[in-house]
Ligand binder design. Sequence first.
Ligand code: NAD
Length: 501
Amino acid sequence: MNEAQRMHDSKGSSSFGSTGATLKIWNPATGQVAKEIPADTPASLRQKMEAARKAQPAWAARKPAERTKILKKFGELLVKRADAVAKDQSLETGKPISQARGEARSTLGRVSFFCENWEKTLKAVKLPPAGNTEEEIRYEPLGVVANISAWNYPWFVGANVFVPALLTGNAVLYKPSEFSALTGLNIGALLWEAGVPKDVFQVVIGAGDIGAELLKQPVDGVFFTGSYATGKRIAEAVAGRMIKLQLELGGKDPTYVADDVADVKAAAEGLADGAFYNNGQSCCSVERIYVHKKVYEPFVKHFIEVVKGFKMGAPSDESTYLGPLTRQPQIQVIEDQLRDAASMGAKVETGGKRVQGAGWYFEPTVLTNVTNSMKVMRDESFGPVIGIQAVGSDDEAVSLMNDTEYGLTAGVYTKNRKRAEGIMAKLNAGSTYWNCCDRVSPQLPWTGRKQSGMGSTLSTIGILAFVQPKGYHLRAPAKASAPKKARKAKAAKKPARKKKR
Ligand code: NAD
């Protein structure tokens, strides 16, 4: 069986079967199956849904402080077990062990943000009374939500959803990617150990077909992280059900290096890391660079030097910076982009081909002489490839940066803040950067425009995403009327008044 067939097998038939359904866990560093684990079936999914529905009201009824304590404990356990969980993640995704450990540990920042802010964010809003009616906004959980997730940062993107979902009183059916299923099981184990009831957070194991089955369950919300192609399918599948839908999708994220950049070398180093960290498999990886022609040559020179210095190797090696790609078929996507670019005149400055031997390794690749009509500058590469193009002005850079179907992040390197903010205001992206890139903050909304998605996670907006508001119109009954005799006596003393509305 060749690699493509094996991948097909792992995506399709392996996850189904009325008895003994399993999912194969692949090791991208060897191209071999590392493990087989039990997978869900439509029948087991129905049971999980029913159990979650039953368990959710009691979870929502718990004191807010109790839920916060449990999720804080989850964060502590994750830091304690970072080494062990990083090994599983590294095995199944090929992420270098130091990066996997870093992700597990840094997830605490998001967990802490949510734990510290969710109660304040959802405090009932008392509005000025309207006449004799008090008015108030209160928030209620959505109910049972489905979280269908991606493999590239399973802790980060998972925590963006399941942490605020649980804190705000929802039950979660969490489907990790088939390429990070061991991590998904670790997430479940740590949440349960921290005190989340098993029926309130359940892990759904399987490939896309099980994801599609999950959508057939009567969930109250769908929170998806993944590609635009799958996001579109999901939006179509739930259309008409009037449930909450959030989609965090791909990007083709550009950066512009202006002629007054403070330090060309530092910009080249920062952007090379932004493009190649996690092998370019980040939704906000830098995927296109536009450099002002005045600094183009030194920038490209430094950039190539940095990229040539990246150490490729076994994910288990502490000093590895570039591991294998997580999914073998992505190699063909990259090769197709490179063929297309070459046919239109692009120049390969370094890299350009897959690494022969075991595993799904691809050389870190830098292209110049690129244009926006090439696939490599239009379609998400999600791999170790970057195109660098010279531009003549800020306006040209802005126009090229916005010339995309995506809108996740975009940035600019310049020493002039005013110039930077002027450019950032014109960028049609959910996140914009000045002198930095490939960065996510728990305090800021993570949100995509156009084909990069809809809705926001993180920040207080990403807490409100998991609740539904309810308006309270509160009118106390009119004061009890006085006895008839007393009313008559009072009326005799006072002149008659007109009735008011
Ligand atoms: P993917 O779309 O292939 O899969 C994502 C999830 O959807 C998986 O769990 C998969 O099993 C499931 N799925 C597949 N088909 C389905 C269907 N028909 N119905 C329901 N579920 C289905 O994406 P991926 O390869 O896991 O992740 C890579 C993509 O995710 C990239 O495009 C990347 O940019 C994007 N991403 C975006 C963000 C963000 O925050 N915007 C973060 C991480 C990754």
